[in-house]
Ligand binder design. Structure first.
Ligand SMILES: Nc1nc2[nH]c(SCC(=O)O)nc2c(=O)[nH]1
Length: 279
């Protein structure tokens, strides 16, 4: 049985896959990019996700899309901290999508249940920032940086390379005293991968899970790997994203990170009914 036993998180992943809702608090994710409006919008979006059945809300203050500009730490703190303090009143588990140790520390103090680091806690000070807490950690594979990762993605063996990377990150975290149960791993769809690499990784989630003995988080929602095979633009990738989420869950993924919470919750309910013996 695999759970994220630590701290406020405490979900028993053995029961059913969890839905992580994406909450971007970056200026480009709000119509006017205004601060006050973004907090109001973030709060309303979170309330909506909770009503729709979300299990975790992932708050991100820095876009990590290919080519996205880096955000200074003070600006990222100004974006995410008000949202964390506001949303923690709603009682829903919160994940913070950040690579910066300073943001990790503040988020943990504010009661974050998970730190979701697309850089796998490689920044100087990142392991120190989280090792003494009980919050859950998502360790994701990325080749290169958001600025250059899609230029020339290449692997000798993409699955073996990703597993090797995640194993090395786990060894570093464990050496720092981080408990195994706190960690969820993630192949990082779209982070230094071609479309083929992404689908090879998707087909091998169960191998990752078994070789590393850790639950897998899958984030395919609306990504270019969905667009590549459907020909759909960003705003028309719901069906493809639902299929991707179910494919990941069929491979044993325990958390899916999505934009469309209500639809994914429904899809997983049908999946659960179709694949679980409820007698
Ligand atoms: N753990 C985790 N965190 C993420 N943050 C983003 S931002 C890019 C986007 O949503 O298009 N993707 C992921 C992902 O795949 N896994």
């Amino acid at each position: 049985r695999q759970y994220l036993q630590c701290g406020r998180f405490g979900h028993d992943l053995a029961k059913r896959p969890l839905v992580m809702g994406i909450l971007n608090v970056t200026p480009d994710s709000f119509s006017d990019g205004g601060r006050h409006q973004s907090l109001e919008f973030a709060f309303e979006a979170a309330e909506r996700m909770i009503k729709d059945g979300v299990d975790i809300i992932d708050i991100g203050g820095e876009s990590t899309r290919p080519g996205a500009p880096a955000v200074p730490v003070q600006e990222e703190l100004r974006r995410v901290m008000p949202v964390i303090y506001a949303l923690r009143e709603l009682g829903v588990p919160l994940s913070i999508d950040t690579c910066k140790p300073e943001v990790m520390r503040e988020a943990i103090i504010a009661g974050a249940d998970m730190i979701n680091d697309v850089n796998a806690f490689r920044a100087p000070g990142a392991v120190d920032a989280v090792k003494d807490s009980d919050c859950a950690l998502c360790v994701m594979h990325m080749q290169g940086t958001p600025q250059d990762m899609q230029a020339h993605p290449g692997y000798a063996d993409v699955v073996g390379d990703v597993i090797g990377f995640l194993r090395e990150r786990m060894d570093t975290l464990r050496a720092a005293g981080v408990a195994h149960e706190r960690v969820t791993i993630d192949p990082g769809f779209g982070f230094g991968k071609t479309v083929d690499h992404n689908y090879i990784l998707l087909r091998n989630i169960s191998r990752m899970q078994h070789e590393l003995g850790l639950p897998v988080l899958a984030g395919l929602s609306r990504k270019s790997m969905i667009g590549a095979v459907t020909g759909r633009p960003l705003e028309q990738r719901l069906a493809g994203s639902l299929a991707g989420a179910l494919a990941a869950v069929a491979q044993g993924a325990r958390i899916v990170r999505v934009h469309d919470v209500a639809e994914t919750v429904d899809a997983l309910k049908v999946w659960q009914a179709a694949t679980t013996d409820n007698r």
